[in-house]
Design a protein around this ligand. Structure first.
Ligand code: BMA
Length: 792
């Protein structure tokens, strides 16, 4: 394909003249680059750009073309956002209305020798959705925006962590592809393992410009097979690879990949080549009923996997800025936190090849939602056909990726229908059940029967028959979302659940200090503009009140809300893991952010790791020790048995040892045990704690504990490019954090939330601090903090 990447210009009624445009890109980023708008991520700028989403725009490109005699010349648009008309030299090639599809237009007749003008006009998407809503009737929606009336990234219209920046533009590559005789229109490899034999069934569809007999060859290493396409444009090539090295998820083995090459020939002439990497692995979703309800266990290569997951949202509100290196950074954050699964949430996008390629390489499992979230979706035309075309394209596109292990029908829409008052509003109007229970499962069964499909997240299993069905969020069955903790309950309430698989649970905290600072949002209305969740600040405050009592000033608010977030999620993860094998997965809401914001993320919009990220790394470690009420639980996700004798101590907060016992921890591979403690170290009182390895237990909330006033000695010294900050505790110190980004935004720290007993010491490593930065600031508040330097 010859990329048509510029120089493009952007035209709009509100502009004095054309503006240079970047393709792929969008109107907002072009106007930003031209200095015509203020950065909507900063201060209170966001609403000032609302007009952009309610305007019409045109992208224009003048380019030269010379006819090399090919039979066909196609204009290939990998992604247009969203209601577009494409014209070439004044000839309309087509109209589009789905951001989640690609388009190919026959441009042969419209192309001219020499100069050509290509124009892509984008209509006001609100006009489109208003008209459809008028025609089809309104539908309930968790947000006051019309994303359920158009196939466009839902969170583009704003979310409870995202800005309302309604984009338009050529969001994925665009180019000209010339060809003769035939080309590979779709290659869909279904890769399975059958009794150790790797089987690759390559379904191929060719597009023809002639009726010549064609040959399709598929090869993996030295294994080759071919099929003739005579009077047909579809074929199946079946390859067998005896005993291939398998693809394993992280922590279970190597994610081995194999090159698959598919070639289309006409006699000796090579017409088209398609290459991807595939992986041999078997995937099954075990939903068998049992005494407790029914399981939700991913089984990879016959090994049940405890899912240590994170939810993924679009990595930038302007998704065209997310390149391979951004994906690589964020997925590296996930891997380093011991995550093994990423759930691509349904309010975002089907991510690019880079994303799934990286997941394949890293051994990250991917659960992919179809793109429906938190609203009732009409099933009438033109939406039904758009959904069908989009799902067919995306299911086929993603078949090569071994990382993709599950398709999910939607995010929270069955739950919403059941519980959020939709039924009364809907009357007899459609709401999406036809997609989730008929269309989408039939497309997955037809195009990719190798992967499980689950109708919704959350969902409890079984066919949909109506309001008498089992509740879709029943924790004993299937997948569950737990949101009452964030909304109304203290985080210890996670322990009242015995779920089978928690696909969402989360707790907010602000972005890093340096991120809010850069966003000009450290206080006042600007900070408020970076909290998008209804009642969000109040919920943060509720948890502060419950755990810390009065909290005054920005620094304590910022630090202690981050501590609460980390503790909430750590408690949830550790509880769910201690329930193994009854519970077989936890997916934290949410790994990442799309701009600087107060949200549930572990890594903020500037890529800064919040304390939660560090807590998650601990809670998701292969081998976990965790205190749960009355017991020490030990969870072993590794392939080897784990046997260790370990001291468990009961300590006073003054640092005296009150009781101690050597405990034998013996945990089988991929197993969990609980060890009762009452007979060995006794029940800890209010001003006492239990400690074993890096696990701690406190009986009361911070505000009720008689913490000593914190005393410690801290020193900082440069060692090569890094700075080592050593803290020697003179008293008990809880949840020591070092906010290196407050000294310089490029500085990072290797650990957070360290609890020390008097006499213990700990060394933080700070990287990325420029040589001229003030190292001394690393050894005192507000950079170096512990919980008891303010309480007590
Ligand atoms: C669930 C998610 C998201 C949302 C999150 C936090 O509803 O599916 O839609 O951002 O909770 O409220």
């Amino acid at each position: 394909m010859t990329a048509l990447d510029g120089p493009w210009t952007l035209h709009g009624d509100a502009l004095d003249g054309p503006v240079p445009a970047t393709v792929p890109g969008c109107v907002h980023t072009d106007l930003l680059a031209a200095g015509l708008i203020d950065d909507p991520f900063l201060g209170e700028n966001e609403p000032k750009t609302a007009w952009i989403g309610r305007s019409t725009w045109a992208y224009q490109l003048d380019f030269d073309w010379s006819d090399a005699g090919d039979q066909r010349a196609d204009l290939v648009c990998a992604g247009l956002d969203t209601i577009a008309t494409v014209t070439l030299n004044g000839v309309t090639l087509g109209d589009t209305r789905n951001m989640h599809r690609s388009y190919r237009f026959d441009a042969r007749e419209a192309l001219r020798e020499g100069g050509n003008r290509l124009e892509v006009r984008f209509a006001d998407v609100y006009q489109y959705t208003d008209e459809l809503r008028e025609q089809l009737g309104d539908r309930p929606n968790s947000y006051p925006e019309p994303f359920n009336f158009v196939r466009k990234m839902a969170c583009n219209f704003g979310w409870d962590w995202g800005p309302t920046l309604v984009t338009a533009g050529i969001w994925r590559p665009i180019g000209l592809e010339t060809w003769s005789v035939a080309r590979l229109a779709e290659v869909r490899p279904l890769v399975t393992l059958r009794d150790g034999m790797g089987v690759v069934e390559v379904h191929v569809r060719a597009e023809r410009a002639s009726s010549a007999p064609l040959t399709v060859t598929a090869a993996v290493g030295e294994h080759r097979a071919e099929v003739q396409l005579i009077d047909s444009d579809q074929g199946l090539v079946r390859l067998e690879v005896p005993d291939p090295a398998r693809w394993w998820p992280r922590g279970y083995g190597e994610p081995t990949l194999h090159d698959l090459t598919v070639t289309l020939t006409d006699g000796d002439r090579e017409l088209d080549v398609w290459q991807r990497r595939i992986g041999f692995r078997d995937i099954r979703l075990d939903t068998a009923p049992d005494e407790a309800g029914s399981a939700f266990t991913l089984v990879v290569n016959d090994v049940p996997v405890f899912v240590r997951g994170v939810n993924w949202i679009p990595e930038d509100a302007f998704i065209t800025r997310v390149d391979r290196s951004r994906y690589a950074d964020r997925l590296a954050d996930a891997c380093a936190a011991n995550v093994n699964l990423i759930r691509v949430w349904g309010g975002g996008i089907y991510e690019s090849e880079d994303f799934y390629d990286l997941c394949d390489e890293l051994g990250l499992l991917v659960e992919q939602d179809f793109l429906f979230a938190c609203a009732a979706y009409p099933e009438e035309q033109p939406l039904w056909s758009e959904v069908e075309a989009e799902a067919r394209e995306q299911v086929a596109r993603l078949t090569p990726h071994p990382s993709l292990v599950m398709w999910v029908g939607n995010n929270e829409n069955v739950w919403g229908w059941r519980d959020w008052g939709w039924q009364a509003d809907l009357g007899d109007r459609t709401w999406g059940s036809g997609y989730y229970f008929e269309l989408l499962p039939s497309i997955v069964a037809e195009l990719d029967p190798t992967r499980p499909y689950w109708p919704a997240s959350p969902y409890s299993g079984g066919p949909f028959t109506g309001a008498a069905d089992r509740h879709p969020n029943d924790p004993a069955y299937g997948s569950t979302h737990i949101w009452d903790v964030w909304n109304t309950h203290d985080y210890t309430h996670y322990r009242s659940y015995k779920p089978r698989f928690v696909a969402e649970f989360g707790f907010q905290a602000p972005a890093a200090y340096s991120t809010l600072d850069r966003a000009q949002a450290l206080d006042g209305p600007a900070l408020a503009a970076h909290q998008k969740a209804g009642g969000g600040d109040g919920k943060l405050q509720r948890a502060l009140d419950e755990h810390f009592g009065d909290v005054e000033g920005f620094d304590d608010w910022h630090y202690l809300t981050q501590v609460n977030q980390a503790r909430a999620i750590q408690l949830g993860v550790e509880w769910f893991r201690s329930l193994r094998p009854h519970c077989m997965g936890a997916i934290v809401w949410q790994l990442n952010d799309c701009w600087p914001v107060i949200s549930w993320s572990a890594v903020d919009g500037d890529g800064q790791r919040k304390p939660l990220w560090h807590a998650l790394r601990r809670a998701y470690a292969d081998r976990l020790l965790t205190f749960q009420p009355g017991v020490l639980a030990a969870v072993n996700e590794s392939a080897e048995d784990w046997a260790v004798q370990l001291p468990v101590r009961r300590m006073s907060l003054a640092g005296e040892e009150l009781a101690a016992a050597e405990v034998d921890v013996v945990v089988p591979a991929r197993g969990a045990v609980t060890i009762p403690l009452a007979d060995s170290v006794g029940e800890p009182g209010l001003d006492e704690c239990l400690v074993a390895g890096n696990a701690w237990w406190f009986s009361g909330r911070d505000k009720d504990l008689a913490y000593p006033a914190a005393a410690y000695e801290a020193t900082a010294s440069r060692v090569e490019d890094d700075v080592l900050v050593t803290v020697i505790a003179e008293t008990f110190l809880r949840d020591l954090c070092l906010f290196a980004d407050r000294v310089h935004p490029a500085a990072t720290v290797d650990e957070q939330l360290v609890t020390l007993l008097p006499g213990d010491s700990f060394t933080f490593r700070v990287s990325g601090l420029p040589l001229d930065a003030p190292v001394d600031e690393l050894t005192a508040a507000p950079v170096l903090r512990c919980v008891n330097d303010r309480v007590g």
